[in-house]
Write a protein that binds this ligand. Structure first.
Ligand code: HEM
Length: 355
């Protein structure tokens, strides 16, 4: 039964790849809140990302020798789109760096993880533009203006994202995902801890120019919401390992730590539940910050534009992704796209390292 659910998801995703369906994807982004000013890089601004987003993956359309100039143009256009009702940033894929550049040490093409069916038309890219805003209109206007200013780049994929019920609770940004669960409780509740997890520091082995930057991972994850919705809420909560509203299954309030140690066999919170696989040791939360969006391109084609930031890709996303193998939720999900990107530090000085 479970297998056939995944089979259906896989088949329809493969069909979408076959007809070359353009990825509707979404985006992730971050916003400024009062007291947490514009000096904060757009991707980490505020506890809760702005509710609407577009993620645009681009490839260089001109000759390789113009790459740095094209990146400078992108940097300026994105800076122009950052402010007011929108927050915008850019990030580079592994192929986005000139050959000679001292690239971030861990940046590579996103590998295919167990169970992924990556659609080339929704994966990778030289450059990512991430534009978020207070309304879908503000985002599409800003994205349109930005792309018109960048003829040196061709669009590869461009999904829309939305965060329903976007709000902050005790310092954390929360939203409702397509499986009806509150998402965001596992994130840090202070700007200091957010920066600590997400931002490259001096002395961690990265090029000097990359200090202040961040690795961003996008995963376009299709969710079998029709099958999910046939399960009872109780079954769903055992698959996630939290209640829909974020409370833990052992009754611990949502913003406190559950006692997994008192439940070694997973009778209350199953060992293959999402949160237990993601963070088995509650004293050591994974060093990443999640900022995802929901996407919907058809009634039966919706999911998550999962997005996370970290200063160390291997200890952040990759460690968690490996731990999640075998989780109960895998039967309802299929990753069809995304990529690994590097958000440069604010300003344009970093471009000198690429010239
Ligand atoms: C397949 C789609 C996914 C869904 C529907 C989903 C849903 C959720 C939900 C409902 C929570 C609990 C609330 C919260 O802490 O935010 C959660 C927690 C978490 N998820 Fe996911 N997630 C998905 C994919 C991923 C992926 C791909 C990763 C990373 C590789 C990930 C990493 C985490 C982490 C680190 C936590 C926090 C665990 C904790 O410390 O309590 N999730 N997710």
């Amino acid at each position: 039964m479970m297998r056939s659910r995944r089979g259906v998801l896989r088949t329809s995703a493969a069909a979408a790849v076959g007809v070359g369906a353009l990825g509707v994807v979404g985006a992730a982004a971050l916003r400024g809140e009062s007291g947490h000013g514009k000096w904060t890089p757009a991707h980490l601004r505020g506890a809760v990302p702005l509710p609407y987003a577009q993620v645009v993956s681009l490839d260089l359309a001109t000759s390789e020798k113009h790459r740095v100039d094209a990146l400078r143009a992108a940097c300026r256009s994105v800076a122009a789109a950052d402010g007011g009702h929108t927050a915008a940033w850019m990030a580079l894929g592994a192929d986005g760096f000139p050959q000679v550049a001292d690239a971030p040490r861990q940046l590579k093409r996103m590998p295919t993880f167990a169970g992924d069916v990556l659609d080339p038309a929704q994966s990778h890219g030289d450059l990512l533009l991430h534009i978020t805003g207070t309304s879908a209109r503000a985002v599409s206007d800003a994205t349109g203006r930005t792309l018109r200013a960048l003829p040196q780049w061709d669009v590869r994929w461009r999904p829309d994202g939305h965060r329903p019920e976007n709000h902050t609770e005790q310092g954390r940004g929360l939203a409702r995902n397509p499986f009806h669960f509150a998402e965001g409780y596992g994130n840090p509740d202070t700007p200091t801890e957010t920066t600590e997890r997400a931002t490259i520091k001096a002395g961690q082995g990265e090029p000097v120019w990359a200090v202040g930057g961040s690795y961003q991972v996008i995963r376009i994850i299709r969710l079998a919401t029709n099958f999910w919705d046939r399960d009872t809420v109780h079954q769903q909560e055992r698959i996630i390992g939290r209640r829909r509203d974020g409370r833990w299954l052992d009754g611990t309030p949502s913003t406190e730590q559950p006692a997994f140690g008192a439940d070694p066999q997973g009778k209350i919170t199953p060992l293959d539940s999402h949160v237990r696989k993601a963070t088995p040791d509650r004293r050591n939360p994974p060093p990443l910050v999640r900022r995802g969006y929901n996407y919907q391109r058809a009634a039966d084609d919706q999911g998550l534009i999962f997005s996370c930031f970290q200063r160390d890709l291997a200890h952040g996303f990759e460690a968690v992704q490996h731990r999640l193998q075998g989780e109960a939720m895998a039967k309802y999900t299929l990753t069809v796209g995304g990529g690994y990107f590097f958000v440069p530090p604010p300003g344009e000085n970093w471009l000198q390292a690429l010239a």
